[in-house]
Ligand binder design. Sequence first.
Ligand code: CP
Length: 311
Amino acid sequence: MRSLINILDLSTEEIDRLLNVADDIILNPKKYSEVCRGKKLATLFFEPSTRTRLSFEAAMYELGGNVLGFSEAQSSSASKGESVADTTRVVSCYADIIAMRHPKEGAPLVASMHSTVPVINAGDGGHNHPTQTLADLLTIRRNKGSLDNFTIGFCGDLKFGRTVHSLITALARQKGIKIYLISPDELKLPSYIKKDVMKKNAIEYVQTTDLESALPELDVLYMTRVQKERFFSEEEYIRLRDSYILTADKLKNAKEDLCILHPLPRVNEISTDVDSDPRAHYFDQVLCGKYIRMALIMELLGIHLDEGGKE
Ligand code: CP
């Protein structure tokens, strides 16, 4: 029984295989439409979500399975004081696989230690978001043809941005990756990631506060939202929230084949006049999220199809 808590729980070879399965699902959805018949996914969301929860649910339905769960802590017995460990033990009796989002870092790991079915981390506080990373990697590979040899800029909230932390961790294992870290001083990437992930893997990086001077160098731009829910002070949030706003005008100096990503939701950091630019791929990224979660559910349930589509 295997869980996905951190992107490093998957080897680069396993990630490649998952991306290949997702590519095949995109081409041949019918082949996969019954493979989870009789299986149940539980979505335990203690924190708000649109994409992650609904894409997990859509993924399970498109595999022929069923879904149960809750979308807020208040509607579960967590509101009566039940622990994550007990909730997971109980839900293991009802479902074959669990996707959990929690505001506390490490909660899905605790869940995986008490579960009798696989647990997927669907985002834990400001820590990790491995399935968003799989969606990001699929979008990049479908766009660039490879996960090696490109320059990527991460812009916005790099301190609390769990999607940034997980994607940097994944890319640190690839070849020829150069990273621009673009943020206000207050929202810089945590030093443990610079030391334990980037320096350890000899990843070349530049740290700057200036998006416009970095833009012409980038093959991929990963914009992020300044997350109100992670701030202790409203005043500090208001001061930092509009630090970066990508507009169509600013993109004039960017590469013609730049790939613009954002895990979403966005607030102001990408102007809607960018949406019609062919370099904007953040809505493709949403669709990739559903297909890669289909591939992941199959993998963790031990469902593998041969070339002819048979189990
Ligand atoms: N990208 C992402 O995690 O979006 P949601 O918060 O809507 O799930």
